[in-house]
Design a protein around this ligand. Structure first.
Ligand code: PGA
Length: 251
């Protein structure tokens, strides 16, 4: 039985002080009961170090929203895997559709980042998903398969177990229009089957596949009760303590 994993992708929201205030409040709420899911928060880089200090005695885990694939050097504005590791990150979101679209990240670049994260003992949260146009053309599975194939190129089965896959249909991100539980389950099951063929049953059975795209407390339970949906990557709804806790409670 796979344990559910709920991750909050804060994106470019909250300054340092707002982030700290938010994490203090979230910690207080999380600690009120025993939680039967894993919780990951991914604030902005500037808050990571202080965030770790606040959550260090809790089960809340820390992730970053990006890294560069080189170890160090003349890469102005970039952040390395070792840097985020040194402030206590265990996870890093890679391949997010906003990075693919706005920052033109290719599958090849994402693959390099995934390999680099793994090299440094980080767990990538590897995002994949189709656009509305691709869904309407009926090529969702082809798109997802290609993203998996290229993004996971040269990743071993042992390494794959360190990765969380996040299926995030682009048309559902930040739109308020989530995939129905059935639509999401269909793609999750396709992803698991693909991983079964490529990496074997043991890996396919263990790997966490999150759904992301307009997850809120109102739809989380139905989505999370699908057999192949093992958690959620939450954007908008993770920015309010009440709604993030609401999603955590639906596990
Ligand atoms: P959303 O974002 O929950 O606001 O749709 C999800 C994501 O981008 O990871």
């Amino acid at each position: 039985m796979r344990k559910k994993v709920i991750a909050g992708n804060w994106k470019m929201n909250y300054n340092f002080h707002q982030s700290i205030a938010f994490i203090e409040k979230l910690k207080e709420e999380v600690l009120k009961k025993e939680r039967n899911c894993d919780i990951i928060i991914c604030p902005n880089f500037i808050a990571l170090s202080e965030a770790k200090k606040i959550i260090k005695d809790t089960t809340i885990k820390l992730g970053a929203q990006n890294i560069y694939y080189e170890d160090s050097g003349a890469f102005t504005g970039e952040t390395s895997a070792d840097m985020i590791k040194s402030v206590g990150c265990e996870f890093v979101i890679l391949g997010h559709s906003e990075r693919r679209t706005i920052f033109k990240e290719s599958d090849e670049l994402i693959n390099k980042k995934i390999k680099q994260a793994l090299k440094h003992g980080l767990h990538p949260i590897f995002c994949i998903g189709e656009t509305l146009e691709e869904r309407e053309k009926g090529i969702t599975n082809n798109i997802v398969e290609r993203q998996l194939e290229l993004g996971l190129s040269n990743v071993t089965p042992e390494e794959l177990l360190k990765i969380i896959i996040a299926y995030e249909p682009v048309w559902a991100i930040g739109t308020g229009k989530n995939a129905t539980p059935e639509q999401a389950q269909e793609v999750h099951s396709f992803i698991r089957n693909y991983l079964n063929v490529e990496y074997g049953l043991v890996v396919a059975d263990k790997i966490i596949i999150q759904y992301g795209g307009s997850v809120k407390p109102e739809n989380a339970k139905d989505l999370l009760s699908q057999p192949d949906i093992d958690g959620a990557l939450v954007g908008g709804a993770c920015l309010k303590v009440d709604s993030f806790i609401g999603i955590i409670e639906s596990c």
